[in-house]
Write a protein that binds this ligand. Structure first.
Ligand SMILES: Cc1ncc(COP(=O)(O)O)c(C=O)c1O
Length: 611
């Protein structure tokens, strides 16, 4: 079969580079992944070289790191506001856009600072006392910003809120239960208080967090509680303190039409609550939920469509209510969409392992004859069903445990490897409309190479383990070469969950294959296993990039196996339009990790990753 002509452009399509939320990445003609920053294209080779020339305490650093690009937060904050303003213009909407960054998504100072430096009107959301304290610290000289205090509130949290309001901060207090409403009316003064009624969204949405959006949500007021709270507020003189209602429909909501329904639903409540006497109600806070395109599978313009759907839903309801109420201001607490792009894990590949022996002679034996027989049958197979049954048959025959001894296992593994290769070649020749079958005991395409990356999935991308969040993985070199095969990227923890093998096969009209006949794209697009790589032999010592890790992953990291944080390196476009990188913090030391586990006197200043 003639080898397809490959190019960096083809790799861009395969990896979704340059599209949607990977718009800031590119591939050079000679196959190097790079970051686009201003007019610069900075390859990861250059970045790694710069990091390798840095040293901490006199030691040169030469392995994996987290790359931070806070300027991408600026980009996202501006894009979000611009998306709403465009929709307001298009639909003639008269409410305002109020952006609020929920710091729980990433509390790092460089990230929160990037948000507030971008927009002097952007607000911040706290879910706990410590988060409110960090917000106060960062806004000491900017007390006009809208702060939303969510989360369960005890008297101490409320006291902190009250003291902050007394010192001039502009705080909206969300009421999430009757108990909280009672505490608020007891301790606060109606004229000085901005109350936000947080209401359960009563919405059916697809996704991991769907349990947080309906009747059973742990957040917000149920409808019966809402009645009681409104009554209590009216009786105690707080009816006019309610300026906002809030509904958070969950995170990473991919079904965009849910936002139109949600827009109408919250607007209906807004109108009814105003008619019930909450006459100062003027804002609807839609919480978070704006998705990131981790798989590169959405149409472009996700943010615009999100804004369009919400505003359309709101406007339609205002019209259904005969325009009796003003168009509300729209508050958006998008977090993931604001910070995800700004961090990438750059993983050093330590070694490459193969699960099958190098193909060789099977010797004269019964196994060799069986191998020959299977090769002929594979060659003659002409339907998917026949191939599935052959595949399952030879795996059953040669796979699994045997007491025949090491030499026999070696030969059998070699045979399985050879037969798998033959099946893939034949399947490609058959050029089928689909290769999927629910009868396969092992996927045709399961990668036979494993890359050991010097990192911990649990520390750097915990959501991959906790909620099976997909994160893209992109090799940094040989992207101009027709991919030789696909791999699984595994970490150095002793846990089999510490691996990423999922790779989204982008839609192309015809399937594109690796040189060893594994699909890298598919009509319709599909999630499958195996990250394409250009040249297997060049993998050890190279780097892989896991982008889009700037939301939540820093906050929920785990120190599994006492593997802590990777070093942090920041990439920035400077005022003179040159770029620079700076070393922010080194990896968490073994000493600190042990201290957290109660071992105070072990003095090791090294990081726990492989050297
Ligand atoms: C109240 C509230 N607002 C905003 C967010 C941020 O959501 P996202 O990151 O999906 O934008 C969350 C996340 O859980 C939340 O609970």
């Amino acid at each position: 079969m003639t080898e397809e002509i490959w190019s960096a452009e083809k790799s861009k399509a395969v990896f979704g580079v340059g599209r949607n939320d990977l718009h800031f990445l590119d591939i050079t003609e000679d196959g190097n992944l790079c970051v686009k920053l201003g007019k610069h294209r900075i390859t990861f080779q250059e970045l790694v070289r710069s990091v390798n020339s840095m040293s901490e305490n006199g030691t040169r650093y030469t392995s994996s790191f987290t790359l931070r690009i806070p300027q991408l937060i600026t980009y996202q904050v501006k894009k979000l506001k611009a998306s709403f303003e465009r929709v307001f213009d298009e639909l003639g909407y008269r409410g305002k856009f109020i952006g609020i960054y929920p710091v729980k998504v990433n509390q790092r100072k460089d990230f929160v600072t990037a948000v507030i430096r971008t927009d002097s009107e952007y607000g911040l959301e706290a879910g706990t006392k410590p988060e409110l304290l960090l917000i106060k610290k960062l806004t000491e000289n900017e007390k006009h910003r809208q702060i939303v205090c969510n989360g369960t509130k005890d008297p101490k949290y409320l006291k902190l809120i009250q003291a902050s309001m007394d010192s001039g901060w502009n705080i909206g207090i969300s009421i999430e239960s009757v108990q909280e409403a009672r505490l608020v009316v007891k301790h606060f003064k109606p004229q000085k208080t901005h109350l936000i009624l947080r209401i359960k969204p009563y919405l059916n949405v697809e996704g991991h967090w769907s349990h947080s959006t309906g009747r059973d949500s742990k957040f917000g007021l149920s409808i019966h509680d809402l009645y009681n709270v409104v009554e209590l507020l009216k009786q105690s003189g707080f009816a006019e303190s309610v300026k906002s209602i809030l509904g958070h429909a969950g995170s990473q909501i991919t079904g965009l039409d849910a936002f139109t329904r949600f827009g109408s639903f919250l607007t209906k409540l807004y109108s009814e609550l105003r008619e019930m006497g909450l006459s100062n109600l003027e804002n609807i806070d839609f919480g978070g939920g704006l998705a990131i395109d981790y798989a590169g599978s959405y149409p472009p313009d996700l943010m615009y469509q999100y804004a369009y759907n919400i505003v359309t839903g709101v406007k339609a309801q205002i019209e259904r209510d005969s325009k009796r109420h003003p168009e509300p201001n729209i508050m958006i607490e998008a977090g993931r969409a604001v910070t995800a792009l700004a961090a990438l894990i750059v993983v050093h590949a330590l070694e490459l392992r193969s699960v099958f022996p190098t193909p060789g002679d099977t010797h004269e034996s019964e196994t060799a004859r069986a191998e020959e027989d299977y090769l002929t049958r594979i060659h003659n197979a002409n339907t998917l069903e026949k191939m599935v049954s052959l595949w399952n048959e030879f795996h059953e025959r040669f796979g699994g445990m045997t007491l025949a001894g090491l030499e026999a296992i070696h030969v059998r593994e070699m045979v399985v490897g050879k037969l798998e290769t033959a099946v893939r070649a034949r399947l490609r020749e058959m050029n089928l409309p689909t290769y999927s079958s629910d009868k396969l005991e092992r996927s045709f395409w399961y990668p036979e190479h494993i890359v050991i990356g010097n990192f911990s999935v649990f520390n750097s991308i915990a959501d991959h383990v906790m909620v099976q969040q997909h994160f893209p993985v992109i090799p940094t070199r040989d992207l101009h070469i027709h991919p030789q095969s696909t791999v699984r990227l595994v970490d150095i923890t002793c846990d089999s969950d510490g691996e990423i093998a999922d790779f989204y096969r982008q839609h192309t009209e015809k399937t594109w294959f690796t040189k060893d006949n594994r699909p890298v794209t598919m009509p319709g697009g599909k999630m499958d296993k195996g990250i394409p790589v250009g040249v297997l032999d060049s993998v050890p010592g190279s780097y892989f990039v896991i982008p889009l890790v700037g939301a939540y992953q820093d906050a929920i990291e785990m120190d599994h196996n006492l593997l802590g944080d990777l070093p942090d390196v920041e990439l920035r476009l400077k005022e003179d339009n040159t770029w620079g990188i700076s070393w922010i913090t080194g990896a968490e030391s073994i000493e600190d990790l042990l201290k957290d586990a109660g071992y105070a006197d072990i003095d090791v200043h090294e990081d726990p990753y492989m050297s």
